[in-house]
Design a protein around this ligand. Structure first.
Ligand SMILES: [Zn+2]
Length: 129
């Protein structure tokens, strides 16, 4: 039994081929079946007629570095379909950073700098600068 079965959606599989109408099954956090018709039951079934399924979008230039420190779950981006965010655009990354530049960023993004202690990998980078 699947955890989730989405039926009769227009599926864009990310390969570049034409979309097709079909089903998609999820077990845990993994897509386990995709096709014109997926057999089986699920704990939750979504009738997706008139809706589309697509792989997550990659935001290649969002300047989200500090936004993600302030709001690590990034619900606004996820709701738009963004599942991958490229940081450090235009030489403006949240880490590594130190000295006067760190103090300047503390003024610009006080919420982000406060939040860093809960993000250990980034926090360690800040601490080592
Ligand atoms: Zn930029």
């Amino acid at each position: 039994m699947y955890d989730l079965l989405i039926r009769e959606a227009v599926i864009y599989d990310g390969s570049g081929r034409d979309p097709f109408t079909g089903d998609l099954a999820v077990q845990g956090d993994t897509i386990v079946a995709v096709g014109p018709s997926v057999e089986g039951d699920a704990r939750r079934v979504i009738d997706a007629r008139g809706l589309a399924i697509a792989p997550g979008f990659i935001d290649i230039h969002g300047h989200s570095d500090y936004y993600l420190l302030i709001n690590p779950t990034a619900e606004a981006k996820v709701r738009q379909g963004v599942t991958t965010d490229v940081g450090g655009n235009c030489g403006y990354a949240a880490a590594p950073i130190g000295g006067p530049e760190l103090e300047e960023r503390r003024k610009l993004y006080p919420g982000a700098i406060r939040a860093r202690s809960s993000l250990q990998p980034v926090g360690r980078v800040f601490a080592s600068c």
